[in-house]
Design a protein around this ligand. Structure first.
Ligand code: UD1
Length: 372
């Protein structure tokens, strides 16, 4: 039976934990803030904790400080996931929400979803249904498990809807709402334009390559990491290569004795991880982006910037079929071939995918508040 308090005010916990979560949760928190009939608790798990992996993003995205920080920090997958669960459970019990909203596919996503469903709290998963069909990726496991237990599944692209249907999910749980990451991009674009990062780095607009790399499958194994660096070295003779480096990749470069080789590449510049606005500015004005990130494939599609994905698969196929993305794999010659193709491609900028229009968070909040 509903308690009186529950009928008057809808209580929602929003979860964020790792870098790619912040730009997804920010527009949702914002859309919820405008509603007098909703109370929101913002929980940061602390999966990412460095200023450069977390703090900067709150500032850049105008995301309010979390109400609760679980401060879990790094660890093996089991330890990190378990620690998030242990620390989130009492928060969830005490706040007694109507919904827990989780985004993306990181360990914080699966951990908090699992805690909530076991407490009988409804879970909404934002960015549901994406599948790389590669169970070697920790994120793929997180996606499959989270989708299988969540009550509302908010899909960002049609492939997500199709995958969920094929897995037998009832139609009533699936909602195609568009892409919240693009909500943040469209909102922050004019502020990102003010960033002075291009002149600070003495770059010429549209004449440099931007690189990000952090997948364990790419950076933990020298047989994969070295050929990628070979390709970057060749590209760096053609145009400057800017590489804001993820802590995992920085550490692996050291462990695999690759750091001095990279430092000797005259055309390649390693940077610390960047904030959202500086990175958006660099991405918008790059000649090409090379990445193994998921979100960057989507952002470059909206920006109309060629993207070369250093993976053999993508869980975001619309970025290839309708956007600017090319799947190159991780072999040096394949990366270089994709690079030359991208640089010689004169086709016009493509249309934005359906519902990547800056209003996904609004649709999500309407759906959450309607269903009560
Ligand atoms: C996580 C996500 C991945 C996401 C990525 C974005 C999972 C399974 N993976 O991977 O989907 O694309 O974040 O960055 O959730 N570290 C720091 N400072 C930090 C955070 C991490 O130095 O603020 C170090 C850790 O000590 C660890 C490494 O970076 O050695 C990896 O961090 P972790 O959160 O375990 O996974 P990511 O590789 O970042």
């Amino acid at each position: 039976m509903l308690r009186y308090r529950d009928m008057a005010i809808l209580k929602i916990i929003c979860i964020c934990g790792a870098r790619p979560n912040f730009m997804k949760i920010a527009p949702i928190v914002d859309a919820l803030a405008g509603r007098g009939d909703v109370d929101t608790l913002l929980v940061h798990t602390g999966q990412h904790y460095d200023e450069r992996m977390s703090g900067l993003f709150f500032e850049d995205l105008g995301l309010r400080k979390p109400d609760v920080d679980l401060e879990v920090g790094s660890g093996t997958h089991a330890r990190q996931t378990a620690e998030i669960m242990k620390r989130f459970e009492p928060v969830c019990v005490e706040y007694a929400p109507d919904w827990v909203v989780v985004v993306g596919d990181v360990n914080s996503t699966i951990a908090c979803a699992l805690v909530a469903v076991k407490l009988g709290v409804r879970v909404a998963h934002v960015e549901a249904g994406l599948r790389s069909f590669d169970r070697g990726m920790p994120e793929e496991i997180n996606r499959i498990v989270t989708d299988s237990i969540a009550d509302k599944l908010f899909a960002s692209e049609p492939s997500g809807v199709e995958n969920l249907r094929r897995e037998g999910v009832e139609e009533g749980r699936i909602h195609f709402v568009g892409n919240v990451m693009i909500d943040s991009l469209l909102r922050c674009r004019s502020r990102a334009d003010q960033s002075t990062i291009i002149s600070k780095l003495e770059l010429q607009e549209n004449n440099y390559a931007l690189v990000t790399l952090h997948r364990p499958s790419n950076v933990d194994n020298p047989e994969v990491f070295v050929p990628i660096l070979d390709a970057l070295e060749t590209i760096s003779r053609d145009r400057r290569v800017i590489f804001p480096i993820h802590p995992r990749s920085r550490k692996m470069m050291g462990d695999l004795n690759l750091a001095s080789r990279v430092e000797q590449m005259a055309g390649l510049r390693l940077l610390e991880p960047l904030g959202y606005l500086d990175f958006l500015k660099l991405m918008s004005n790059a000649a090409v982006v090379l990445t193994d990130s998921g979100g960057i494939q989507e952002e470059t599609t909206i920006l109309g910037v060629p993207c070369i994905t250093l993976r053999r698969n993508t869980e975001r196929p619309i970025t290839v079929s309708e956007g600017t993305n090319r799947l190159a794999g991780v072999l040096c010659e394949d990366i270089l071939e994709a690079y030359h193709e991208a640089m010689n491609d004169t086709s016009n900028r493509k249309e934005a995918p359906l519902l990547w229009d800056g209003r996904a968070a609004e649709r999500i909040v309407a759906s959450l508040t309607d269903s009560n």
